[in-house]
Design a protein around this ligand. Structure first.
Ligand code: MG
Ligand code: MG
Ligand code: MG
Length: 305
């Protein structure tokens, strides 16, 4: 039985491509590995897979009695419900340390870099594993996506270096235009408000409270019409009512390099204060692009007490 390499719920490009790329690294090391995902690819990921002739990983919802590697997360909330019945073999991640644990020694590659695929590249180099051109192209896209074209405060020199090396392997001459094409595909708002909120959505346990945070990264916030914004706010209220203390949607303008906030919460003031923004018609946070680095930590801090 092959071991599973599994990305997080509501999969983004990094988690889908890291499943493919880390399965490749494991296979080269003689481990029978298979990429898996907890959902279908979003429009951005579809663009990337098509561009580089890759197949989406198979979708699974159960890992009972399976051996698994986690890529791009280490939080139980982002793992399948029956994760406790699986055997954890390893983690490749670039987020805050989560709450999964293991019964046996495991392989851990966790670094504060901008993208899990940067770490996969590092591990591939460590084991002298060659990366095929198409896979390299997709890994490059994952880095461009997670670092928002190297503009996110999460981006490190390691990400830039890995991206340059992957671009060379993939024969991508114009990384910037590839990134813009990808973000244009990502900016597709042709979906229901619910699907838009859950496209890139994560639940967190903050001081015993369930806080859900979605993010939409768009090439321009002007794409979000007043009608759509209203529909998103209404749906966010419904999402909050499904057992959450707060539901937050971060609308990021990747060109203006800032984010607007939609909030539905039992304690809206606490959320707003934690994020240092003011309640106005528009809650705009200049310079805020990263959920992981600029949204989650201040909220964690506020809800810890
Ligand atoms: Mg991710
Ligand atoms: Mg990632
Ligand atoms: Mg992201």
């Amino acid at each position: 039985m092959s071991v599973l390499v599994l990305g997080h719920k509501n999969p983004d490009t990094d988690s889908i491509v890291a499943a493919l790329s880390y399965a490749h690294v494991l296979k080269a090391r003689g481990i029978d590995a298979e990429a898996a995902a907890q959902g279908e690819p979003a429009p951005e990921t579809e663009f990337v897979l098509k561009k580089f002739n890759l197949k989406a990983p198979k979708v699974i919802s159960s890992v009972a009695d399976k051996e698994v590697y986690l890529v791009d997360y280490s939080d139980l909330a982002q793992a399948p419900e029956d994760f406790s019945k699986a055997k954890l073999l390893g983690i490749v991640d670039h987020h805050k340390l989560g709450d999964v644990t293991s019964d046996t020694p495991l392989e851990c590659w966790i670094q504060p870099y901008g993208c899990a695929n940067t770490i996969v590249k590092m591990v591939a180099d460590y084991y002298n594993v060659a990366i095929p051109a198409d896979l390299a192209g997709a890994m490059l896209c994952a880095i461009l996506s997670d670092t928002v074209l190297f503009k996110s405060p999460t981006c490190t020199e390691f990400d830039k270096k890995a991206a340059a090396e992957l671009a060379k392997i993939a024969s991508v001459a114009d990384t910037e235009s590839l990134g813009m094409d990808m973000f244009k595909a990502k900016s597709n708002l042709d979906a229901s408000p619910r699907d838009l909120i859950f496209r890139d959505f994560k639940d967190f346990d903050m001081g015993g409270k369930k806080i859900g945070i979605g993010q939409l990264e768009l090439i321009s916030l002007s794409m979000v019409t007043p009608e759509l914004k209203k529909a998103l706010q209404n749906e966010l209220n419904a999402v909050k009512a499904e057992g959450r203390h707060s539901a937050i949607l971060v609308l990021t303008d990747i060109m203006k390099e800032g984010s607007e906030l939609l909030v539905s919460s039992d304690d809206e003031n606490k959320v707003i204060e934690a994020l240092g923004t003011k309640k106005a018609d528009v809650m705009w946070m200049p310079g805020v692009m990263s959920r992981k680095k600029q949204v989650v930590p201040p909220l964690q801090g506020a809800f810890k007490a």
